[in-house]
Design a protein around this ligand. Structure first.
Ligand SMILES: [Zn+2]
Length: 352
């Protein structure tokens, strides 16, 4: 078995909000990072439904997205910034969102971080992604409508409720075109520059096809992330798209390869020793963990599902092993939230 190659992509999410509903939770942001990691590793559940003719073209892109742990100054960070803006029309999709002086938030060095801005958009636009070399250097990154970012919270309206808007825009960021090509109206006469994605014309906006469909001569790869297909019906990047993305990474975004944005920073908090340790993750039946803390008072432990609903909640003592029986809970992604006074630690748990 050959070793799987993985490239870490440090991500900073800039939440630029006007009304408080737009100030989405950390958990919602994490759910989007999870979707990116599934989609760029051929790890999503929709893959099973891909027609047989395209199965051999499914790419494990090998990008691993991590919320930055180190900011551009070398300080510890959550990888999330939050800015209240006075723009109540929708700062998303405007140049202003990239600039603190204009009510948005300045990019972190785009050579070292993938900048993702989340905000309200005027009109129905779901997101925007900059192609390599497109637009000013300090505006490189992607912007996503807060209603389409992540998989719960404000992102609960089908068909854009499974985080695929962001997957699609990250595709553009790494130089992928739509399957029908760079122009909107050159049906079957233009290609996307990728050999193994069939020439097509249909964008599949608000559609969820099944089986074999045609818009030009070869069957359409309608489940490709670079169409406009419903979130629930997208499933894959192709091997050719993977090559094109690595070409963009190596030639236009190579700084990401040397970024230390996801390396840990030694902090005072860590020195004090407050830590939530999960012993074995993914979890099969028993979730075993330990909270290390200097204070002896109990911690509130919650296991929260992707809808934000706690399925388990109990007070537990620190510095002693804790075991939670997870067999009653459906398989999937959860967040383990440990809180004590002002301190809150969140870890992702996968039940398999
Ligand atoms: Zn697009």
């Amino acid at each position: 078995m050959t070793e799987r190659m993985v490239v870490n992509i440090p991500v900073v999410v800039h939440v630029v909000w006007n009304s408080s509903v737009e100030n989405i939770s950390n958990e919602q942001i994490l759910s989007q990072i999870d979707v990116l990691n599934e989609d760029f590793s051929a790890g999503n559940i929709q893959i099973g439904g891909i027609p047989a003719i395209f199965q051999a073209l499914i790419a494990d892109v090998g990008f691993h997205f991590c919320l930055a742990s180190k900011d551009p100054s070398g300080n510890s960070t959550t990888g999330i910034t939050r800015t209240q803006t006075s723009n109540n029309i929708g700062i998303g999709g405007t140049s202003a969102i990239h600039h603190s002086s204009q009510g948005g938030h300045d990019a972190w060095n785009p050579d070292k971080y993938l900048n993702i801005w989340v905000a309200k958009f005027a009109g129905g636009i779901g997101g925007v992604g900059s192609f390599p070399g497109e637009g000013p250097a300090d505006e490189q990154g992607i912007e996503i409508n807060y209603k389409q970012f992540g998989t719960f919270g404000t992102a609960t309206n089908p068909p854009y409720h499974l985080g695929r808007t962001c997957t699609h825009e990250v595709g553009h960021y790494f130089n992928l075109n739509h399957l029908w090509g760079p122009s909107a109206n050159s049906c079957c006469n233009e290609d996307d520059g990728v050999a193994d994605t069939p020439v097509s014309c249909e964008d599949y906006l608000s559609e969820c096809p099944s089986g074999t469909t045609f818009s030009c001569t070869a069957p359409d790869m309608w489940m490709n992330f670079m169409n406009y297909t419903d979130d629930a019906c997208m499933a894959m990047f192709s091997l050719g798209q993977k090559l094109r993305m690595y070409d963009a990474l190596n030639n236009f975004r190579a700084g990401l390869l040397n970024s230390d944005g996801c390396q840990a920073v030694a902090t005072e908090e860590q020195a004090v020793g407050t830590e939530l340790r999960i012993l074995g993750n993914p979890v099969r039946a028993q979730l075993n963990l330990e909270i290390r803390s200097q204070t002896g008072s109990p911690w509130k432990l919650e296991l929260v599902n992707m809808l934000g609903i706690p399925v388990f909640c109990e007070a537990k003592m620190a510095n002693a092993p804790v075991s939670i029986d997870c067999q009653p809970f459906p398989r999937g992604i959860y967040f383990l939230v440990a809180s004590q006074n002002e301190t809150r630690i969140v870890k992702r748990v996968i039940l398999i």
